[in-house]
Design a protein around this ligand. Structure first.
Ligand code: PMP
Length: 361
């Protein structure tokens, strides 16, 4: 008889709820549930994919030198302070694995990204959920929750799924107020949607307890490629590299991500179009009596009267081939998160919500 049991904490992990891509019986489906770029990646990235395909018999480099150099050039950062991973999820995993374990606490916030408690449990640490204030991260509440066991504080800025953002002064106050053994992780998955925002890179440079993470999945339109990166003081990067598999990124990932990154014109175009359609969508929904707060990201959080109405709206949208995201699991049962799509998709979702509100459901 074997006695195989998982490590403590593993069975407390709630499986990640991904967005569906299909609706049974509906063919013309628009997926607005995973905050993807509706225009896809730069055509230069697609070209790079074809070329990278010729290199499949070669192992990739282990140090990601080319991609780190490109990130350094585009963002004005030192490549020595950069680590790349299989999506920013993997970089977040390196952080949890390297700095938290049994007996430690990992702080995340009320409506925070669902991977944070998963990662805490996976390394045997205790996830500690801290309340927000009106769907915004509250620095004072986080500082009050810190103990001598706190090892990591995860916040996304801008945040998912609320789309809200806290000012850099608040991030600084948080980093300054943390106990000495704790790291602040500034998850900047949506940072590129905010013009002129450095995602916290400046804070990484001026302090020794901050790590910034970024992704190619959102504005760069490469969710399917799985590439992300982290920026941290060299001492911390050295630690993270020790748990990273040497060949964690393959040739295709490295070359395609670099090509996408270097097409800066395309990135700007995507940011501007996202901002335009985001404002349009918020206004259109308001016209149908559905409120959505200001968003700093490529999605909006549409608020319904209660959970019942949100579920009914979700079901009606599905019947019309529109997939959006329920966020009850994030403590937002009366809301639906809707990715800002291209103009036809935004018009279609706004029209369907209008029909729903008029009682078509
Ligand atoms: N952080 C936040 C806040 C996110 O919303 C996401 C994607 N949903 C990620 C990190 C992970 O993104 P990826 O692993 O695709 O880089």
């Amino acid at each position: 008889m074997t006695k195989i049991t998982p490590q403590p904490g593993i069975m407390e992990i709630a499986l990640y709820q991904g967005g569906a891509a299909h609706v049974v019986g509906v063919t013309d489906v628009v997926k607005l549930s995973s905050n993807e770029n509706p225009f896809g990646p730069s055509p230069k990235a697609t070209d790079a994919l074809r070329k990278a395909g010729l290199d499949l018999h070669r192992y990739p480099g282990t140090d990601h030198a080319g991609l780190r150099k490109a990130i350094g050039e585009v963002y004005g950062l030192d490549p020595e302070n950069i680590i790349c991973g299989v999506g920013s999820d993997e970089v977040l995993q390196f952080i949890a694995q390297s700095f938290a374990g049994p007996g430690d606490e990992v702080i995340y916030t009320e409506h925070g990204f669902s991977m944070y408690p998963i990662l805490a449990h996976a390394c045997g640490a205790k996830p500690v959920k801290v309340d927000e204030t009106d769907r915004v991260v509250d620095v004072d509440k986080i500082l009050a929750a810190c103990t001598d066991k706190t090892r990591i504080v995860f916040i996304a800025n801008p945040a998912n799924p609320t789309g809200t953002m806290i000012p850099m002064e608040d991030c600084k106050r948080l980093a300054e107020g943390l106990p000495p053994q704790a790291i602040l992780v500034l998850d900047g998955a949506y940072a590129e949607f905010v013009e002129g925002y450095d995602g916290g890179a400046g804070m990484v440079e001026s302090r020794d307890n901050v790590i910034m993470t970024r992704t190619f999945s959102k504005i760069f339109g490469l969710g399917g490629l799985r590439v992300g990166w982290g920026y941290a003081p060299k001492e911390l990067i050295d630690v993270l590299n020790r748990v990273r598999q040497p060949f964690n990124l393959n040739n295709l990932q490295l070359q395609v991500a670099e090509a996408a990154l270097r097409d800066r014109e395309y990135t700007v175009k995507c940011r501007l179009e996202n901002a335009r359609m985001r404002s349009w969508l918020i206004e259109a929904l308001a016209g149908h009596g559905v409120q959505a707060d200001e968003s700093f990201t490529n999605f909006i959080l549409a608020r319904f009267a209660d959970e019942k109405e949100a579920n009914a709206a979700d079901a009606y949208l599905k019947s019309q081939g529109l997939i959006v995201r329920k966020v009850a699991g994030y403590g937002l049962p009366n809301c639906l998160r809707i990715t800002v799509g291209d103009e036809p998709s935004c018009r279609r979702v706004a029209h369907a919500i209008g029909q729903f509100k008029e009682g078509a459901a």
